[in-house]
Design a binder for this molecule. Sequence first.
Ligand code: 8YV
Length: 317
Amino acid sequence: MKPSILQLNPILVPAINDALGERYTMRRLFEQSDKDAYIREHGESIRGVITGGHTGISNDLIERLPALEVIAVNGVGTDAVDLNFARERGIPVTATFGALTEDVADLAIGLILAVCREICPGNEFVKTGNWQKNPHPGALPLSRRFSGKRVGIVGMGKVGRAIAQRAAAFGCPVSYTDLKQMDDVPHRFVGDLLSLARGADILVLAAAADKAQGIIDAAVLDALGKDGYLINVARGKLVVESDLVAALAHGVIAGAGLDVFVDEPNVPTALFDMDRVVVQAHRASATVESRTAMGEMVMASLAQALAGQRPEGSLTT
Ligand code: 8YV
């Protein structure tokens, strides 16, 4: 009999879904209208869980899966899994570290260019026929240069480093903050977030959100200042979203590029009318390349755990 795996989020790569289906009985919780009844029916047989970084798994659900041998996070953020709870129960939790680094960093740079160069309003201006109606070169305001701007990065993990590398290629001086200075990072370490924001034109969030909820508040945005941009490719909950909306509305900062939000898919609608805000639907890792590599790592974690081995990179065992 094939082992049963509970899947909490869709996987968008057909080859990964096919391979999972060949090896396992896939129980797709996200497709069920009565999730509670589904767990009552299948919970006891579940040996592995696949979930998304943003979705994680509740302790309550873990407790309802008595045969659980592994939680494979199809992402790098583990903030939505209680790692201590899993550790106490001896359940390995894995994530797809390294599989999505380049794409998340690429999107961070894409968002910076989009907000600084006002690419989205320009796109709309042409496609709606407004350029023809108003061909005056001053119909759109001048935008801002990215090259050479001071970039401050919050979180110098794999993604932070990849963003730093790209920003450096644009001639940007890079500073960063993290829990501690890193010996193998050539960029300037700034111990406190307010100073980092004060010395940056562009503040990029690439931090894990486990212990950093609400660190970007009105004071940090004030320090970033009226010519500063905020870019978030990490987690919405790093930011006090109401403070961000107010800062954008009142010109406290110049603009923002946001891939993540506090209560996805609900995005503060006040952002929709703001030309200097570019939003994405949590898509930084949504490339064929990243999602394939992530799916392969998830499959490896399941295979190792169900063969009685410690899955490579387990965070809890
Ligand atoms: C994914 C993420 O969108 O890596 C993460 O933590 O949030 C994203 O890359 C998500 O995990 C897809 O399942």
